[in-house]
Design a protein around this ligand. Structure first.
Ligand code: 0GY
Length: 294
């Protein structure tokens, strides 16, 4: 583990908010354990081990039912830890993998069988070396045939440059962490308005109203981030997902308490109907469509 790396909270509080039965934590990770699943040589940080057992115990403790596990950059393009967690989940976890152009059809089929339903394209410069857009476009055509979608991670200043690329993607596209706005600028700032326009103009683009712990300047209970999530939930109730982001890689300011993170939910999705969409209907539609009743 890097010397300045903050490990996840050892004993988070119980949230006051009771998630509806069947709720999905749609953004979380597993890391290692390194002796079974070594971190990638090209990684930009070395996290603490955060194994699947801890993730599933946290899911139960917080009152959630399912997880969407996102491959993080510290495991590079080796999705073994992710796939192992999916296979141990009894169908209660789906995955978002990271692949290169050299991935074989057989490897994609095996990941699909394990529960992978998306690939992640990461544009955050401190996390990954840049990948040419043509590579991503080639991957996107291949995974579209499997019925998968694409999760993208970028920071707000990069949105303008990335917009033409995002518009070319042939699947549903989920933008991590509200496009990582600078919350000190407020929701009316042109940067966040540009993000709202992106979703208004492209019905295939969704977002995760997640990560107040990364976006905040004020700290917990994240009052300065509420308006961003709430605006997105109000404008795009059918295209938002929520996740804990456990185990919160690369946090420098504080160790997030997941109980406090869950208590953000009723402040951004203020009605039971909005909470049902955010925590159940939307993630089930994307990750477990075969279990959808309507
Ligand atoms: C996140 C956040 C981060 C890291 C990664 O792939 C990653 O390493 O996603 C981050 O440092 O912002 O999305 O959980």
């Amino acid at each position: 583990m890097d010397p300045d790396y903050l490990p996840f909270h050892p004993n988070p509080s119980k949230p006051k908010f009771k998630a509806p039965a069947g709720a999905v934590d749609a953004h979380c990770h597993v890391f290692g354990p390194a002796d079974m699943f070594p971190y990638a040589p090209e990684r930009k940080y070395t996290p603490c081990d955060a194994p699947k057992e801890k993730l599933f115990a946290l899911r139960d403790y917080l009152g959630f039912s399912r997880n969407v596990i996102v491959q993080a950059s510290c495991h590079g393009r080796n999705n073994d830890a992710l796939v192992d967690a999916l296979k141990s989940s009894h169908g209660l976890a789906r995955g978002v993998a990271v692949v290169g152009a050299d991935v074989t059809d057989e490897a994609l089929a095996a990941m699909d069988a394990a529960g992978v339903r998306a690939v992640r394209f990461n544009f955050v410069k401190r996390l990954v070396d840049a990948t040419p857009k043509e590579i991503f476009l080639g991957i996107s055509e291949r995974i579209a045939k499997l019925g998968w979608h694409i999760v993208v991670y970028f920071e707000a200043p990069d949105l303008e440059d990335l917009t033409p690329f995002l518009k070319q993607l042939p699947t549903t596209v989920v933008v991590d962490h509200m496009g990582r706005p600078d919350v000190t600028k407020g929701v009316d700032h042109p940067d966040f308005q540009r993000f709202l326009s992106l979703l208004s103009e492209n019905e295939n683009i969704w977002t995760k109203v997640s990560c107040p712990e990364r976006l905040t300047v004020a700290g917990p209970p994240y009052d300065d981030v509420i308006a961003f999530g709430r605006t997105l939930v109000e404008h795009f109730p059918d295209r938002v997902l929520w996740g804990t982001d456990w185990p919160h890689p690369n946090m420098k300011s504080h160790v997030p308490d997941e109980g406090i993170l869950v208590d953000v939910i009723p402040r951004i999705a203020v009605t039971a109907a909005a909470q049902q969409k955010l925590l159940i209907d939307n993630p089930m539609r994307l990750y477990w469509p075969e279990e959808q009743i309507s």
